[in-house]
Design a protein around this ligand. Sequence first.
Ligand code: PLP
Length: 379
Amino acid sequence: MATQRTRRETLLGFQPPAIGEEEIEAVVETLRTGWIATGPKAGELEERFAEYVGARHAVTLASGTAALHLALLAARIGPGDEVVTTPITWPATANVIVHAGAKPVFVDVRAEDLNIDPDAVAEAIGPRTKAIIPVHLAGQPCDLDALLPLGVPVIEDATHAVESVYRGRKIGSIEGSLCAAFSLNATKNVAGAEGGILTTDDDELAAEIRELRLMRRKPGALYDIRVAGFKANLPDLLAALALVQLEKVEEHAAVRRRHVAAYDAAVAELDGITPLARDPRDVHALHIYVVRIDPERAGADRNAYRDALAEELIATSIHFLPLHRLTFYRELLPEQPPLPVAERAGDEVLSLPLSPAHSDEDVADAVDALRRVHAAVSS
Ligand SMILES: Cc1ncc(COP(=O)(O)O)c(C=O)c1O
C-alpha cells in the first residue's frame, strides 16, 4: 500500500473521555469531604440512574463485568448449567459465565447488526439452559421481543447501551428481562473511570446483589456474615465523576450523533465500507461506530485499513473478534461448531474514533484519512 501523507501531527485517540471542569470539581469536592469510599455519592448515582432508565433498582458495582457476574450468581446459575450468549462481544461477557462455573454456549449473530440471532438462540436452548446474555452491540438493542418469550431468564449486557431505547422501551427497564448490566468504564457513554450499574425491577435480585457486592456484616451481630461476599463496590470518588457524566449524557450523545452523521455521509461514498445497521424504530446509543470492510470491494482488508489509518495517526479498534476463536474458548469448547456470520464479521469489523471529546475537525481528519486510504487501495 502506498504511504499516505500524514495530515495530523498528533494521534487522534480512539475514545478519550470528555472530562470538563465540572467532573474535576466533583472529584475534588468528594476528596475534600473525606468520604471517598462507597457512600452518599454511590447512593445518589443509584437514585439518578434508576430514574434515568425507569427501573425500580440500580445497584452500583465495581465494573460491568462484576454486574454480569453477580447477576449470574444471584440467579443461582452455576456448575452443570448453560448460558447462551454471543461470540461478538468483549471477553468479559462469557468469562463471567465461566467464573460462575457454568458453560457458555455461543450462537451466531445477525449479519446486519451483529447482534445475537434469536433463531440461533432458540435452537441452542436445552434442559441445561439457565439464562441468555444478549449484548446490545454498539448501542443497537437486540431483538428482545424474540428473545424474551423463549422462557429463559435474560440478563442483558447493556454496557454499550446507556441511552438505548428498544421499540419505545428504555433499555434497563424492559419488562420481562431479569436485569441489565451497564458499564462506567472510561470509554463508555457515562465514563466513570471504572464501574458498573445493574438495573432490575426484581426486589429480591437487587437485595441479593447488594449483599454479594461487599462483605456485609449481618445487622445486630457482633461479627458475622451470611454469604461469602465479593469486593465489587463502587467508591464515591468514581461515583462523583459518573454523576456529572450522567448529567451530560444527552449533551454528549448530541455530539456523537453529529460525528456519526459525518461518518455515515463519508462511508456512503466509499465502496466496500459499510456501517452496521441501526434500526430506525429504536434509539441507538452510538457508543461505537463500527464499519465492515469487504476486501473485494474496498480494495484491501480490515487489517490493511487499520495499519494505514494508524500511519495517518488515526487510532481505531476492533469490536469484536469472535470469542470462540480465542485461545481460551477454543480450548474450553473443542466441539464448538463454526459460526460463519460471526467469523466473517471478525475479519471485517473496524471501529472508527468516536467520542464527545472529539471536535468536528478531528472527525473530519479521520474521514479524510479514510478517504485517502480508500483511494490509494482502490486505484
Ligand atoms: C460488550 C461488553 N461487555 C462487558 C464489558 C465489561 O465492562 P467493564 O469493563 O465495565 O467490566 C465491556 C467493556 O468494555 C463490553 O464492551
